[in-house]
Design a protein around this ligand. Structure first.
Ligand code: ASP
Length: 629
């Protein structure tokens, strides 16, 4: 009896440990999400010096991060990348990807009150340089001018397909009680796991659209508000994303950086008894754009013709003047006579833009050489990155399809409705893609479907469309804002699918929209080697169109040409040679493709490669070249 009891305990212990080890394996086997952190300065990274004063200390941030187990899984990181490699977060049970992150520390760690437009341009360019190597970006920044930076970046990063999160903190991350740790960790996890192709601000559990934010408190952990737009996501026990409010670029173009800004801009805030002279001087050249902060819903005094005259004269000279409200929330309108006067004097509406968004948008719009003044004025009134609400915002009523189903299921709360939408829409989108029903796709979007919403396998309508191969459907999805970077549970992007199905036209369109090969180059090499082994020239062409290097080696340092030679695949050999594959590459045994062909007496391959026969040595150094003509 006792023995039985002990056996049962042992069994259950074994079961438990098996379950645990299964869980551990599934956790350690999680796919990785790669994030680049740009550490520009600010309180978040500061440390106390001997006098207890907060200062930024060069090259100390990363060293310190490595000491914190919440921020650095030493065992995993060192095993995989070595002691000086990228940092890795401990795995979380709730998120799909393990976060691997690199930190780029700026040489001049900057209190953000010293930031200028030059720093914004530098940040934008740094993102450009590393764009293809990371899934998302986190910018550590001082809080004082954080909203200006986030707003400016939202305009400069054109056709953005990946997430950029700007964050900071009220207390240094290494202080015992700090908001910095939560802000940094949540930003990393969101950047690695969620496809939100926007410049965002993360603070105190809220992910906000960057160009909607404003610093609202100098002391509260809830330092940033988004007065006229709801949070994009909240990070409580669960991270909940409101996919319907995400702004997606609908232009069929690649991500690029507009790295210029016009500095001749300013903010002018009206106040009772403001003098004519002040307004006049403010509007003088070289000023080219002014954000005018008026009262209430966009009013100026109706008894001040002098001010209106100055404004009219300036707009006639080509100065762009944008009207926004001084109120913390709300929008300007021309309901009152006072508002109409402004419109008549050539002042345009900034709707519900924050001062930070309006100012940085002006600096961006004015720097566009390809736009004339009228286009610039129009652009200021157009919603370019979700920064303003013009017209009626979409309401729950527009969601009537899901509502009808919800009613029949007797669901009523907004949360239940949202959840139902996230289940129904991906399935409906997929059916529309498979049926090539573009009208249905449009109407689903009209009903409130997020075009990039993934199904349970993490696959989006664009993944399915790339497999199905109808270029019209693919184009339409892209025009509706479908994102090209989303990875499914098997780590495949829509581009991976287009390659697997050899959809050449689709591959070209995807590249035009910023898609790129991702992941380990060796693995891409292996897949091309497999294609060469099978003599699958069409697949090699797919990789070539997708931007792959046809001389990419696999783990044994063999190129596709080695495999094509070994298996006597003449068409593949010809294709590879025609497309600049390097016949002089040697594998880990020091052998060229020609030598492999000779070793297996692949006669056609020997003939094609004869002129490139080369003797190599085991360590890869070339011993002599025997070029037969
Ligand atoms: N003055 C600091 C800065 O903006 C404040 C902070 O980081 O919160 O850089």
């Amino acid at each position: 009896m006792e023995a039985e009891h002990v056996r049962n305990i042992n069994n259950s212990v074994n079961m438990e440990s098996a379950k645990r080890s299964q869980l551990t394996t599934s956790l350690t086997n999680k796919p990785e999400g790669h994030v680049l952190v740009l550490y520009t300065g600010g309180t978040i990274g500061m440390m106390r010096n001997e006098q207890g004063v907060l200062v930024p200390i060069a090259n100390a941030f990363v060293k310190n991060l490595r000491k914190y187990p919440q921020l650095y899984d030493r065992e995993y990181a060192e095993k995989k990348f070595g002691a000086m490699g990228p940092l890795v977060l401990p795995v979380t049970a709730t998120d799909n990807r393990r976060v691997v992150y690199n930190v780029l520390e700026y040489s001049n760690l900057c209190d953000s009150s010293n930031m200028t437009m030059d720093e914004w341009i530098r940040i934008a360019n740094d993102i450009k340089e590393s764009y293809e190597h990371f899934d998302g970006f986190v910018i550590l920044h001082g809080t004082d001018t954080l909203s200006y930076t986030a707003s400016a970046l939202s305009f400069m990063l054109e056709s953005l397909g990946k997430i950029v999160i700007v964050t900071g903190s009220q207390m240094p991350i290494f202080d015992t009680r700090s908001d910095g740790l939560d802000n940094f960790l949540a930003s990393l996890v969101i950047a690695a796991n969620y496809n939100i192709p926007e410049v965002c601000v993360f603070f105190n559990t809220n992910l906000l659209r960057g160009n909607r934010t404003t610093k609202a408190s100098a002391s509260s952990f809830e330092a940033f508000h988004s007065p006229n737009f709801p949070s994009l996501a909240t990070a409580n026990i669960k991270i909940e994303v409101d996919y319907r409010s995400i702004f997606r670029s609908c232009a069929l173009e690649k991500f690029y950086v507009h790295a210029w800004l016009n500095q001749n801009v300013g903010l002018l805030r009206l106040f009772p008894s403001i003098t004519t002279n002040l307004v006049k001087v403010f509007l003088q050249p070289p000023i080219e754009g002014v954000v005018l902060q008026t009262y209430g819903s966009g009013n100026v005094p109706t008894n001040r013709d002098d001010i209106i005259e100055e404004l009219r004269a300036a707009t006639k000279r080509g100065v762009i003047i944008v009207n926004i409200t001084q109120c913390a929330t709300g929008c300007v309108s021309d309901t009152y006579e006072a508002g109409k006067l402004l419109k008549e004097s050539g002042v345009i509406s900034g709707f519900d833009m924050t001062p930070e968004a309006a100012l940085t948008k002006l600096a961006y719009v004015l720097s566009k050489r390809e736009w004339d003044t009228e286009t610039k004025r129009q652009m200021m009134e157009t919603n370019l990155r979700g920064e303003l609400t013009a017209g009626r915002p979409p309401t729950m009523q527009d969601w009537d399809l899901v509502e009808a189903v919800a009613r029949s299921l007797r669901l009523s709360s907004a949360a239940e409705l949202q959840e139902l939408g996230s289940i129904l829409f991906p399935a409906m989108l997929n059916v529309a893609v498979i049926r090539r029903d573009i009208v249905k796709l449009e109407s689903l979007k009209g009903y409130g479907a997020d075009i990039s919403q993934a199904n349970a396998d993490g696959r989006t309508a664009l993944h399915i469309a790339c497999c199905e191969g109808d270029i019209k459907v693919v184009r339409r999805l892209l025009k509706m804002g479908a994102n090209v970077h989303i990875k499914d549970r098997f780590n495949r992007t829509p581009l991976t699918d287009a390659i697997e199905y050899d959809r050449h036209e689709i591959i070209k369109v995807m590249l035009q929209c910023g898609a790129h090969l991702h992941g380990n180059a060796l693995l891409i090499g292996e897949r091309m080697c497999a294609a060469a082994t099978a003599g699958n020239t069409k697949r090699l062409q797919s990789f070539l169109l997708a931007g792959a290097d046809l001389s990419q080696k696999d783990v044994s340092e063999r190129t596709p040409l080695h495999f094509a030679a070994l298996h006597n695949r003449t068409e593949a050999i010809e294709f590879l040679l025609d497309h600049a594959a390097d016949p002089n590459c040697v594998d880990m045994l020091g052998q060229t493709a020609a030598e492999l062909a000779e070793a297996v007496q692949a006669t056609d391959a020997m003939r094609l490669l004869g002129s490139f026969r080369q003797k190599g040595t085991v360590n890869g150094e070339v011993a002599h070249v025997d070029a037969k003509s």
